[in-house]
Ligand binder design. Structure first.
Ligand code: PMT
Length: 340
């Protein structure tokens, strides 16, 4: 329906991707956690978000399972008064789309997302090549919904109202990797009260390298006499293991693995499972992530989820197949924890 052509300017070119065949960095231990959180300040607004998340969990405890969906990419600021930052490609499509299918399947959703990335429901109308004004028209001096879009919009509006009126969707924003890490830790500890009823669906693309606060210049970096800017970044601690071991030990945890080379996707997914000791990795390739993914479990079982040609033509979203497959596993997880 788009009136304007998309040139795919946001699509990365896999052939120029960096070589990621180097060894994985070590998993974060208790000491790394202490070191990181004692040397980086929490965002000032964090207590407010913690209050919102606590109320949300109290509201749903014993009634609905709750999923934390992480979505979008984290930024790495290079200056405290940030003019420049490092970013990544993720628009939050996977996260925002999945959140809708979790809501449709009666889950309550905490949507931890990069601020201004795609949101559940409004994603249908933002970030398109249509201007939002194209969805409207003027009839008798009044603004009305363009009849071309009205039926489709009614379906989305009903789902949105259903989610918001039942208080089933909580939007929690982040921008920087530090904000993400602090908020993920708070959300996890708050959600741990739900035991196995808590599900983590970590679709965010989290920065691998960052500039620690102790070395961050206060003001905009000026032109260098050398004509070059050399930035010395450090590895972001891999906190997934801390999430599994300590932050929410009874929850089911699903992580994603993004690769550009098909031949290493399965191995990388299995390696992630053995490093972090969690329950499910969803492997996807940058080039085909919207039409196929692979679900990998610690027993080395793999299940490909693929859209058929017909489904692709009909505009079926792959998340409508991924989410029920995850929920089925979550129900089994809850059952197994009950028997323990
Ligand atoms: O937003 P889209 O454009 O739709 O793209 C979706 C996606 C391709 C980004 C998504 O499907 C995806 O694959 N996300 C994970 C990307 C990745 O490979 O992450 P990673 O290998 O750096 O991290 C592994 C897992 O741990 C991820 O689930 C990540 O969310 C999580 N993680 C990583 C590091 C960290 N410090 N904290 C984390 O929670």
């Amino acid at each position: 329906m788009s009136k304007h052509r998309s040139y795919g300017t946001a699509h990365p070119e896999p052939q120029t991707a960096i070589d990621r065949t180097h060894a994985d960095p070590p998993v974060a231990e208790v000491l790394d956690e202490d070191r990181y959180f004692s040397s980086h300040k929490p965002p000032a607004y964090l207590p407010e978000l913690e209050e919102q998340m606590t109320k949300f969990i109290e509201f749903h405890a014993g009634k609905k399972n709750v999923v934390l969906v992480t979505s979008g990419g984290t930024t790495v600021p290079l200056e405290n008064n940030t003019v420049r930052f490092i970013d990544n490609f993720s628009a939050g499509t996977r996260g925002a789309t999945s959140a809708e299918y979790f809501l449709e399947n009666d889950y309550a959703v905490i949507f931890l997302h990069r601020e201004y990335s795609l949101l559940p429901y409004s994603r249908h109308y933002s970030h398109t090549t249509n201007c939002f004004l194209d969805y409207m028209t003027e009839i008798d001096n009044k603004v009305q919904i363009n009849p071309d879009f009205a039926d489709e919009m009614l379906v989305v509006l009903r789902k949105y109202k259903n989610a918001t009126e039942s208080n089933s969707l909580l939007l929690i924003p982040y921008t920087t990797v530090n904000q993400y890490l602090y908020t993920l830790k708070s959300a996890s500890t708050i959600m741990s009260r739900l035991d196995s009823g808590a599900l983590f669906y970590l679709a965010a693309a989290v920065s691998d390298f960052f500039l620690p606060q102790s070395r961050m210049p206060q003001h905009k970096i000026q032109s260098q006499p050398s004509g070059k800017l050399v930035i010395d970044l450090e590895q972001v601690p891999k906190f997934l293991r801390r999430l599994v071991d300590s932050w929410a030990p009874s929850a089911m945890i699903v992580s994603f693995k993004l690769e550009t080379d098909n031949s290493i996707l399965l191995q990388k997914s299995l390696t992630a499972l053995s490093r972090y000791q969690h329950q499910l990795v969803i492997g996807n390739l940058l080039q085909t992530r919207k039409k196929e993914v692979v679900l990998v479990t610690p027993d080395e079982k793999t299940e490909w989820v693929r859209l058929s040609e017909q489904e692709e033509k009909n505009g079926v979203e792959i998340e409508s197949l991924i989410v029920p497959a995850v929920i089925e596993r979550h129900h089994k997880w809850i059952e197994s924890k009950r028997k323990e």
